[in-house]
Write a protein that binds this ligand. Structure first.
Ligand code: BG6
Ligand code: MG
Length: 220
């Protein structure tokens, strides 16, 4: 029995994962730090400062705290420019109908995002009403892969973790879901999402009947 479904935002509900990539890529290029899509996979789901740290580790230069803050703010400004035009049209295939289907079936729904821009993005996408609770980076102390953000959402929904499903596109996010003791759906390439209980290539493959089947199979 699934009691709650907890969604990641960037890369699951909308393709903002691509905008995070583009903004980091521009910053890395400017600093002459090598950066490609494969490296970016490690950054998905990580907080802004944790991502920056990993990028700067690729350089032989050292950066002061002040400089790091400036770089993080610069990336965020660029990211905010990129998401300015986000609208309902930017919802990933099938996600809105899946969210509605789950809600109509009486399943509670939550958001567990590492982004401080989450609120803005869900408002622009007009999915706020489809979420019973929203937990973002501002509300937790520890970022993914720590389970805190998923556990906080489950707590707010009053759903036991063992009856929650988490949906993620990031390796760190799948780790967080599993550490929370939930069933993990990974969206993307199996190569990066090995710990997920069920991997689908994209959100168009999400359907409630298939998910229920998978969760039940997992229990047997
Ligand atoms: C996550 C993204 O949702 O949010 C990461 O997957 C991003 O790529 C993180 O770094 C933090 O986002 P923001 O908007 O607070 O910089
Ligand atoms: Mg994500």
């Amino acid at each position: 029995q699934i009691e709650a479904i907890i969604y990641d935002l960037d890369g699951v509900i909308t393709d903002t994962a691509e905008y995070h990539f583009l903004a980091w890529k521009a910053l890395a290029d400017e600093l002459d730090i090598p950066f490609d899509r494969s490296f970016n996979e490690q950054l998905k789901g990580l907080s802004r400062v944790d991502s920056l740290e990993l990028i700067l580790q690729q350089s032989n230069q050292t950066y002061s705290e002040e400089e790091k803050q400036r770089l993080a703010a610069k990336k965020n400004e660029h990211y905010q420019e990129l998401i300015q035009k986000i609208s309902q049209e930017d919802l990933l295939p099938g996600i809105e109908s899946f969210m509605k289907e789950a809600k109509q079936a009486g399943i509670k729904t939550g958001l567990a995002s590492a982004s401080k821009n989450a609120q803005t993005v869900i408002e622009r996408l007009r999915v706020t009403d489809l979420l019973d609770t929203v937990v973002d980076a501002a509300k937790v102390e520890r970022g993914k892969p720590d389970p805190e953000v998923f556990l906080t959402a489950a707590k707010q929904l009053e759903a036991p973790a063992a009856r929650c499903v988490g949906i993620e596109d990031a390796s760190s996010g799948v780790k967080a879901i599993k550490a929370a003791g939930m069933y993990a759906v990974g969206v993307g390439e199996r190569e990066y999402l090995a710990q997920a209980d069920w991997v689908i290539s994209d959100t168009s493959h999400l359907a409630l009947d298939s998910l229920v089947k998978k969760v039940n199979e997992n229990k047997e």
